[in-house]
Design a protein around this ligand. Structure first.
Ligand SMILES: C[S@@+](CC[C@H](N)C(=O)[O-])C[C@H]1O[C@@H](n2cnc3c(N)ncnc32)[C@H](O)[C@@H]1O
Length: 271
């Protein structure tokens, strides 16, 4: 897919997904979010940038960890995700979070940060290396970056959603999605960007869905195929739903599903 079109699909897809993202994904992603924050080992007083911050599932706990004295800048290309985070910040009265809207590949800042986080964002970029180079640029010498991505396709039981959608639209919705989940891929990309001491760990999880509605909502409305899904007519939706449920039938668990998932978490240091 042409990069400009890819960004359009991502930006508008995540705008659509923003209103139900936490409903479908917060609990499922919690183990990966916890691992990212644990790995980052944030300390009071540190300045942090959280790239592709979404609704702030990493941003807000990071802000608590760096308090007092530290700040977190959350940045994301989806205006609606950013607006959601701004609302949460206002509602909770947190004073050490700033929010901005922008593309991770164009990230530019006069500030330098002690730590850059990117939780489950890099898979959606047409050029993840460009984004990691930007992280390198905004982290101070000696500072660190911690990111997470989904792992290998064969270990992510929900991956059938991509071929189901791609059979009904003209182009790949997420062509590079699992590329960074291959063993060593994050290490190679961070090393190319100039980082050192790259450490990758893997985390296996089970994604529990109470029933068809929850599994379908997470796959089609709460994530990266939301734009394609919004344009399907009713008959196309129903056939896509049936094919997707077929693809996860092997993970049925009572009335619901227990779908395997895998994350890769990488940490690195700017020399
Ligand atoms: C799965 S969500 C992750 C959000 C959050 N970091 C979390 O862990 O819950 C992916 C996010 O990546 C953002 N995103 C996708 N492409 C991006 C880009 N090129 N630049 C910045 N953000 C991007 C989306 O808008 C979305 O909010």
């Amino acid at each position: 897919m042409e990069p400009g079109l890819h960004r359009y699909v991502q930006r508008h897809g995540w705008d659509l997904a923003s209103s139900c993202y936490e409903e479908y994904w917060q609990q499922q992603l919690q183990p990966a979010l916890d691992r990212v924050l644990h790995t980052a080992d944030l300390q009071p007083g540190e300045d942090v940038i959280d790239v592709a911050c979404g609704t702030g599932l990493a941003t807000l706990p990071a802000a608590a960890k760096v308090s007092p004295g530290g700040r977190v800048l959350g940045t994301d290309m989806s205006p609606r995700m950013v607006a959601d985070l701004e609302r949460s910040v206002a509602a909770t009265g947190i004073t050490n979070v700033e929010v901005s809207c922008g593309d991770a590949e164009q990230l530019d800042s006069d500030r330098v940060f002690d730590v850059a986080l990117c939780s489950l964002g890099l898979m959606y970029l047409p050029d993840p290396l460009a984004a990691i180079r930007r992280l390198h640029r905004v982290v101070r010498p000696g500072g660190r970056a911690v990111v997470s991505v989904w792992g290998e396709r064969r270990n992510c039981g929900w991956a059938g959603v991509f071929p189901v959608v791609e059979a009904r639209v003209s182009s790949d919705v997420c062509p590079l999605f699992f590329a960074l989940g291959a063993p060593g891929a994050l290490t190679d990309t961070f090393t190319q960007a100039g980082f050192v001491d790259v450490v990758e760990t893997r985390l296996e999880v089970g994604l529990d869905y109470a029933g068809d509605e929850q599994a379908l909502g997470a796959a089609f409305r709460g994530g990266p195929v939301a734009l394609a899904h919004s344009r399907f007519d009713e008959a196309t939706r129903q056939s896509a739903y049936a094919d997707y449920l077929d693809s996860i039938a092997g993970f049925a668990n009572g009335a619901g599903y227990h779908v395997p998932g895998e994350f890769v978490i990488a940490s690195a240091r700017r020399p």
